[in-house]
Ligand binder design. Sequence first.
Ligand code: UT7
Length: 323
Amino acid sequence: MSTRAVVIGHGHHLPDRVVANSEFEASLNTSDEWIRTRSGIERRHFAAEGETTSNLATKAAEKALANAGLEANDLDAIILATSTADLTFPAAATMVQSALGMTRGYAFDVQAVCAGFVFALSTANAMIVSGQAKRIMVIGAETFSRIMDWTDRGTCVLFGDGAGALILEAQAGTGDKSDRGILSVDLHSDGEHRDILYVDGGVSTQSTGHLRMEGKEVFRHAIEKLAQTATDAMEKAGISNDEVDWIVPHQANIRIIQGTARKLGLSMDHVVVTVQDHGNTSAASIPLALSVGVERGQISKGDVVVTEAIGGGLAWGAVVLRW
Ligand code: UT7
């Protein structure tokens, strides 16, 4: 017998405003055609003025609670993955806690940029498996539109805002790969590469700053590191590639998603793709894709799902779970 962290609810929320690629053509030397062919992105959502990361996270969390048939006080904890919290402190997770009316347990943020949701899932899994918590809401939420340099065509056309949430619950398993829940985790970071994707501001430097990225360099690392971490996580879980039902990758670039699937020996029929509609929503991209994947009828109970992500740090990792 062993304890597993099993997904019992999901939800997502996207801000109302949808921005098509063509909207950038008026202010930047870019085109819908360039953005589509180089990244796979067709549109993204941007938060309205005054709409914050915790607002988006709260709406996704409410949907996940409704989906699981739970109340906020049925949760022991909220873990929110974000690099764009409302304020420097307190953690945006505590704002979600109070907005949900949750008066018990604890809430905190995790920051591992685009890999944030994978790191948050790993944290929640450790707390559940160790017996510290029975039910944890894990959210990825971002407002990357707030840290764009609107004069930099190499970055500002790529990112979007949104939120996705899962609820994990402790359930008894047999300890083998037939269990539902998180089966394995593989995490990495390498600060040697911190200067190819970063924000040039922060509390200690007294500014908010803007996202800076050497896209080609990040791309060079992405496919190799994602395929390796996914392979290692699958090996830890004892899952071979023909047992994988769905890869749910971080949605940064369709070419990275396709290249990673190819390296893993999986056809695109096994990949949930939302990058065309959401752009890169950093830590929100995987929970958004999971929630959309379920609503589309792609992911169903019992399916083996491999999530993988890479971003600033560099930080990267993968989680294998049975839905
Ligand atoms: O989520 C965190 C992880 N992030 C990622 O995974 C992003 C990884 N990188 C990428 O997705 C791709 O590198 C990009 C989509 C950012 C860029 O695609 P690329 O094929 O690597 O293009 P590039 O950066 O090599 O740029 C090619 C050309 C350049 O012009 P020259 O130097 O060849 O004349 C750029 O200046 O395209 C130009 N360019 C643009 N042209 C039109 C760059 N951005 C744009 C743009 N519109 N928006």
